[in-house]
Design a protein around this ligand. Structure first.
Ligand code: FEO
Length: 392
């Protein structure tokens, strides 16, 4: 591949990965992903922004075939899909220096075995003159590791944001112009890795708001030529106010919990509430995470297996607890054969969710009329809470 010009002196040297289907052995990648790097050439110095995933170094090598010297590689983020190529760069360009945030330096040493002497830390707001092009380093921590930063190219008004504003999608087009065609992928990415750090990301957004940005160039997915759209979406996703929606991770073994989910869903819809039920036997956990970005309420719906919640639903509880969505209300519904500790076990597994627990509904065997009426009552209680919260 040949470097592709974004603006004069700035080239895309990234690699789409159309075949990858899983990240971190956890996150589904239905659309693949990409590992974006950028070559910035000033009159005096040449800089590479981020490196690529080690498995794609052959492509980076091809890109850089005609580049005899690189002065610095900027490591915006230590995770290996962006920094894993740095050891190869150090071998290919023995004089190259690594620029990173202060927090990143020990992490680069720890994760990649880099020689600390090769790493120069840059302060928040520090500038680097390349000759007609000026890089400014902006600390944007916790998107999604503690050491993350963005790099702003002042003359061309490009923000190289690494994971921040990125999306897991492989495509050959460099840019996305409108919001809609990439927003689902970007939201999926935010949901899966950034949602736990929502409050800090609000501050990151405040921090970049005074930058005059023409292009956001992340290190996954296409570049944004309409920065306001993706920044606006991040404002909404990180905002404290949830939407009028309920997420129900569920499964059923003999139909009882399934009937309860159907009844509750219908009762919520009748009350004007959006419902996202996910049958965890087949659900894409990325879709579940996306629904949790906005939801005001989560209702865990599980049958009982060996006195505890069914494991596929319990996995969803563990995931939701880790993702720390902005949900305000929760409940637990489900069924059991002879005995169980469904409610206690689910409740204990979500300490990170700062929720008000609404009365659970648990049926012995098939739900009876009283159980179904209790589900209508739960729907009414959820609607009342959403009204109080000003979202219904
Ligand atoms: Fe794309 Fe956090 O690495």
């Amino acid at each position: 591949m040949k470097p592709r010009e974004i603006v004069p002196g700035v080239h895309f040297v990234g690699v789409p990965d159309f075949d990858r289907r899983l990240f971190d052995a956890l996150i589904p990648l239905p659309d693949g992903t990409s590992y974006n790097s950028y070559l910035v050439r000033g009159r005096d110095k040449t800089v590479l922004i981020d490196a690529v995933e080690p498995s794609k170094l052959d492509v980076l090598e091809e890109y850089l075939a005609g580049v005899p010297r690189i002065d610095y590689v900027v490591s915006n983020h230590t995770e290996q899909d962006h920094s894993g190529g740095i050891p190869w760069l150090l071998a290919r360009y023995p004089d190259i220096g690594v620029l990173s945030s202060e927090t990143a330096k020990p992490m680069l040493v720890e994760h990649l075995g880099l020689d600390p002497a090769k790493i120069r830390t840059v302060a928040d707001g520090e500038r680097l003159e390349l000759g007609g092009k000026t890089l400014r380093f902006v600390y944007t921590p916790w998107v999604h590791w503690p050491e993350t930063m963005s790099t702003y190219l002042e003359e061309d008004r490009i923000l190289f944001s690494c994971d921040f504003f990125g999306s897991h999608i492989a495509q050959t087009e460099l840019f996305v112009d409108g919001a809609d065609c990439i927003m689902a992928e970007a939201k999926r990415y935010y949901a899966e890795i950034m949602m736990p750090f929502r409050k800090i990301i609000q501050k990151d957004l405040d921090k970049i708001k005074d930058l005059d940005i023409r292009i956001i160039a992340p290190s996954h997915g296409p570049l944004h030529r309409d920065p306001a759209s993706i920044i606006g979406a991040y404002r909404d996703w990180t905002d404290d106010k949830p939407h009028n929606s309920v997420v129900i991770p569920w499964t059923t073994m003999h139909g009882s919990t399934g009937l309860m989910v159907d009844r509750l869903t219908a009762a919520l819809v009748e009350r004007g509430i959006t419902v996202h039920p996910f049958n965890m036997g087949t659900a894409d956990i990325g879709q579940l995470a996306m629904a949790l970005v906005d939801a005001a309420t989560i209702v865990v719906a599980a049958p009982t297996v060996h006195v505890g919640p069914h494991p596929v639903v319990f996995n969803a509880v563990v995931l939701a607890n880790a993702l720390r969505p902005k949900v305000r209300f929760a409940s637990i519904i489900g069924s059991y054969g002879w005995a169980g500790r469904l409610v206690e076990t689910v409740k204990a597994a979500m300490p990170n969710l700062k929720v008000e627990l609404l009365a659970p509904v648990v049926a012995k065997g098939m739900p009876k009329p009283a159980d179904l009426e209790a589900l209508d009552g739960l729907a009414a209680a959820i609607a009342a809470k959403h009204k109080e919260a000003g979202i219904l």
